[in-house]
Design a protein around this ligand. Structure first.
Ligand code: HEM
Ligand code: HEM
Length: 239
């Protein structure tokens, strides 16, 4: 039997984990209520429409989830500057040659499968980090288009900051369409994301899924030492 010596590494801090699950819950709620707003189900009621408040509630839930989603997102951006090295914004934005090299390496090994072996990353690998970055940009556009639409129906000062959005697009319809299309991006992202997380959990056996619960991952001792040596070499070069 093949034994691995594994080291327990604390990767995802509590704020990152709390962000993750609030974000997942908020997006799920926004997708469900948003879909219903875009394609209202024909529900037959015995009474008058005004006796029910079904769509009022659906829209209300959409807007409450929207505020939670925005606050949580802003918090994650802040944590990208004050959190640990795995939470840092540099994991998401390709600014160095090394980042591009790692992305290419992950593409070759995990996606095209033209290179044998395994890519080792303690936090997000470079490709995953970049995909999260694109998702964060989509979050931003969803907030702008969402509050752009909301500005016409809300008296809140925050929504008032987005009155320029609809005139920029010329009409409500363009903003709505973009807002709608992005919902499908999030649905697609979620399906692929959950598949990949489960796949990596099974394939690598390092506790990928539970890492977003407790924060810990299990890393091969040699890989851990290699990462430490790489970090030491980089900080020596920077000094
Ligand atoms: C069963 C559901 C889910 C599980 C088990 C799960 C698990 C995970 C894990 C293990 C990571 C870290 C992966 C890595 O190292 O790259 C992660 C990151 C992430 N997940 Fe999920 N996830 C789930 C659902 C979702 C949903 C629904 C969304 C939103 C649409 C989402 C958005 C994200 C984001 C944005 C990150 C990056 C987190 C950060 O660094 O702040 N996840 N997830
Ligand atoms: C992941 C995030 C979100 C998703 C998936 C989402 C999804 C949707 C969808 C699919 C629609 C229906 C569009 C149509 O086909 O007509 C919608 C409507 C709307 N959304 Fe969102 N949304 C999100 C975030 C937000 C945010 C942050 C706001 C900000 C307040 C917002 C405000 C609105 C408004 C005002 C409407 C129009 C409601 C109406 O006319 O009754 N959404 N959303």
């Amino acid at each position: 039997m093949n034994y691995h010596k594994l080291r327990r590494v604390f990767v995802w801090e509590l704020p990152v984990r709390v962000f993750h699950w609030i974000n997942a819950l908020a997006i799920t709620t926004l997708c469900i209520t948003g879909y219903m707003i875009g394609k209202p189900p024909a529900i037959m009621f015995g009474g008058e429409a005004w006796e029910r408040y079904l769509f009022g509630w659906i829209r209300y839930i959409h807007f409450v989830a929207a505020y939670i989603f925005v606050a949580n997102f802003v918090f994650r951006i802040y944590w990208g500057f004050v959190g640990n090295k795995y939470a840092n914004w540099k994991n998401f934005i390709p600014t160095t040659r090394k980042y591009f090299q790692e992305m290419w390496e992950v593409l070759k090994i995990d996606i095209f499968q033209t290179k044998p072996g395994e890519h080792m990353a303690v936090g997000h690998n470079a490709l995953a980090g970049f995909i999260y970055f694109l998702t964060f940009i989509a979050f931003g556009i969803q907030v702008i288009t969402g509050f752009g639409l909301y500005a016409a129906m809300s008296e809140s000062w925050f929504a008032g900051l987005f009155t320029w959005v609809v005139p920029l697009f010329g009409a409500d319809s363009g903003v709505r369409n973009l807002h709608h299309i992005l919902m499908w991006f999030f649905i697609l992202f979620t399906i692929v994301h959950i598949y990949l997380v489960f796949y990596h959990d099974y394939l690598k056996g390092r506790g990928e899924i539970s890492s977003m619960g407790g924060g810990w991952k299990f890393i091969e001792e040699e890989a851990f030492q290699a990462e430490k040596a790489k970090e030491a070499a980089e900080s020596k070069k920077a000094a």
